[in-house]
Design a protein. Structure first.
Length: 460
């Protein structure tokens, strides 16, 4: 790797990288990308090695300065736009690394009562504005273990959205073992986005995601998913949790796409209830190498005019193109909350049962003080070492649940991955501009003022 363009953090306000044989500059403020000349690179490199206080002036002289897109103030007054329901806090699989501790979140297994689910849906849509978009997600545990409540909540949400002139989308994350043909028809009718947890192909998956009796689950899942994968409206993706036992990502990507999934996404195991499966630093280096290998195959396919389903790269490319810049990694505790089976509200589905992220109750709604305290404490400007990192507004400081539980163990991986994604973005912008929404991209030359000034984005 060229030392002049390494992913390591050298300055919080600039990041230099090379793509398509040319130097480029990424500005975290506004997530803007520019092709630059060697003279500016040398000037910035000299400032990095000497008087770093010169950097704002250098950017100003080259027409690259801009008002701060992300301020120190946490957002306020967020209406709930996304809700997840833990309709079933139990599971028929025995995945030892599960953030939900076997599906029950460390308590007795239980289902969400119908009145709690309907109350949560009513709360989200009570003041729904015409034309606005809302999302209802079902997680667990295994959501299909409480099928009747899942369906009733979907129908209630659909009816309320229709009567109020707003839009609503539905999603479910399932282990796939309980899916029936009737479920596939239901998901298709309501336009669900379906995510299936699969950790590899065949025995690789079975080692990590067996039934509670130890029997492998892969063959059962593939059998059950056939009608779902054949449905006309349903977009079915695979989510792969990566531990030291399934680091052959490229093989997994090819195999799962070959099964007919629309896309495949990888998520490194960084925090589990008892530390099982958590990736160490050396394993995260291997994970990054494998992710880049998957990205290169995706790039090759896209450049050849083919479709490819490597979701990690596809999502990152779109985020970079629209200039995403945010003070949080997601909308947890802001526009998004999760309801537990007993009717408590939490910042997200991973925090069910944890007081640190409690946000209120279904009956009484979101507690404004708790929400304000959460957003203030989790703002990326309050985090270390985030404040000195060039990737902070793309990363948002890392998953709250993982960071609070284990710290920031994946920073080098995240920077390495985003460094590669910036390079891929520049290459594909030149060869496949049709992949990106029309309008000026976050890409310009130093000879002119910035041509891309994205509007401030709300946390997602």
């Amino acid at each position: 790797m060229n030392a002049r363009f390494a992913p390591s953090p050298r300055h919080p306000d600039i990041h230099l990288f090379e793509a398509a044989g040319l130097p480029h500059l990424f500005l975290p403020n506004g997530s803007r990308v520019f092709e630059v000349d060697d003279e500016l690179v040398d000037t910035l490199q000299a400032a990095l090695a000497g008087d770093r206080t010169d950097i704002p002036g250098i950017l100003e002289r080259h027409g690259l300065a801009a008002p701060e897109f992300v301020t120190d103030e946490p957002p306020s007054g967020f209406p709930m736009r996304a809700l997840s329901l833990a309709v079933s806090q139990k599971c028929n699989l025995g995945c030892t690394y599960c953030y939900a501790d076997g599906g029950s979140f460390g308590t007795a297994p239980r289902n969400m009562p119908l009145e709690v689910a309907l109350g949560a849906v009513d709360g989200m849509l009570r003041d729904a504005a015409p034309g606005e978009r809302y999302t209802l997600a079902f997680l667990g545990g295994e959501p299909l273990a409480n099928r009747s409540v899942l369906r009733a909540a979907t129908e209630r949400a659909h009816g309320l959205a229709w009567s109020r002139g707003c839009k609503i989308g539905f999603s479910i994350t399932t282990n796939g073992t309980l899916v029936t043909a009737d479920d596939a028809a239901f998901f298709d009718a309501f336009g669900f986005a379906v995510t299936v947890s699969l950790d590899g192909f065949g025995a690789v998956h079975d080692r990590q995601r067996p039934f509670k009796n130890g029997r492998g689950s892969f063959d059962r899942i593939v059998e059950r998913l056939a009608p779902l994968l054949a449905a006309s409206r349903t977009q079915v993706t695979a989510r792969v949790t990566v531990t030291a036992e399934n680091l052959a990502l490229r093989e997994t990507l090819d195999a799962l796409l070959g099964l007919g999934f629309y896309g495949v996404g990888f998520s490194p195991m960084l925090k589990s209830p008892r530390g099982v499966g958590e990736l160490a630093a050396a394993e995260l280096e291997l994970f990054l190498a494998q992710m880049i290998a998957c990205g290169q195959e995706c790039e090759r396919a896209l450049a050849a005019g083919e479709r490819h389903g490597f979701l990690n790269l596809l999502t990152a490319l779109q985020e970079i193109h629209r200039g995403t810049h945010r003070p949080y990694p997601c909308g947890a505790g802001a526009g998004y909350v999760a309801a537990s089976a007993d009717g408590a509200l939490y910042a997200c589905h991973r925090f069910v049962g944890e007081d640190v992220a409690a946000m209120g109750t279904v009956a009484e709604g979101i507690d404004p003080r708790r929400q304000s305290d959460w957003l203030d404490a989790r703002h990326v400007h309050r985090q270390e070492p985030c404040r000195s990192c060039w990737a902070r507004y793309l990363c948002g400081g890392g998953c709250h649940h993982e960071v609070l539980g284990r710290g920031r163990v994946a920073c080098d991986y995240i920077r390495g991955w985003l460094h590669y994604c910036l390079q891929a973005y520049v290459r594909l912008l030149d060869t496949r501009a049709d992949l990106f929404p029309p309008g000026p991209p976050a890409h310009a030359v130093t000879a002119a003022p910035p041509s891309f000034m994205p509007a401030p984005a709300a946390p997602r």
